[in-house]
Design a protein. Sequence first.
Length: 387
Amino acid sequence: MGAQESNEQARGTGRRAVLGAAVLGTGGAVLGLPGTARAGTRHGGGGVKSLPVPTIIGHRGASGYRPEHTFGSYELALDMGAHVVEAGDLVPTRDGHIVCRHEPEIGGTTDVADHPEFAGRKTTKVLDGVSVTGWFTEDFTLAELKTLRAIERIPDNRPHNKLYDGRWEIPTFEEVLQWQDEQTRKRGKQVWIYPETKHPTYFRKLGLGLEERVADMLRTYGKDRKNSPVILQSFEPSSIQRLNKLVGNPLAVLLSGPTTRPWDFVEAGDPRTVADLVKPEGLKWIASYANGIGPTLDLIIPRDASGNLTRPTTLVEDAHAAGLILHPWTLRNENPFLPANFRKGTGADAYGDVFGAYQAYFATGIDGVFTDQPDTGLLAREDFVNG
Ligand code: G3P
Ligand code: CA
């Protein structure tokens, strides 16, 4: 939305030495010892540095196979072995609860349109400078949202996922934190999550500031520390700066395309664009309050006018020089989301040569990647670390 790229509406068509990660496999941190150093991981310390590199992050769960931001999607990501689960993108309800949806508008990811009692809530709003029509979480109480069920966002690309429409409700952030502990106990392995504050300036202006609520919830569950298995992310640097004052968790600033401006910059009159932030001076500024960046993959390897990958930028090297890790987004198996030179055929739901794409991106030295299909990502990672 707004300055943030959206690449999910598509309908058409030197290996690095990470020996330790290869030896350790895909296990993640040791149960009960999230701060324990993992010999052989590139970062070598506790907390986020204990994650295997490259880290495979389940984007909205295993959203290539299940409706996004549901416990069905989150649990499948863990079943597949994802090192971290993006649970979830966070937005508030009218009564101040935090729920997991990619954006405030819920017409595309829930069955709200089938609820006549909510027909009158359909409206048009300006969200980060963009006119959006639909139903918005901030107009619903949590109890009302809990009557809805999740549906597949992109059925043209993922027709099989419609099988699961109506099966799962919208999770709350509190439920996610409880689920994380339950899953950690059940699996005997520390589960990591990677929540994102969505449209924080928009919500703060509505009196629904996200950061304090997220921080309070993390504190309640004892997950507000440097070594807690919770990484926080946002496209708005001021949200990360605010979180930096509230909690000790690892933090990442998300970066969309080079010509875009974070919405908080737009509101504050800060003229900097993402192109400014990825320069050494911009990265140094980010490193003063964050641990990493989450760039769009196109900032790592730009595409040409035909959509083919070109040459890598210096972003990986520059970010590492600034002390920042990189977790770019988002690798998806389906043709329309892949660089043109990795597509196979024209089917909107057909898989391309995603393994080839993974190798190109891993070779740049990224520390991990968000993916909708964590099983594919883990296999690609094995290929990479085993040479
Ligand atoms: O948070 C990483 C990635 O999820 C950013 O993109 O739009 O899917 O939240 P988005
Ligand atoms: Ca996200």
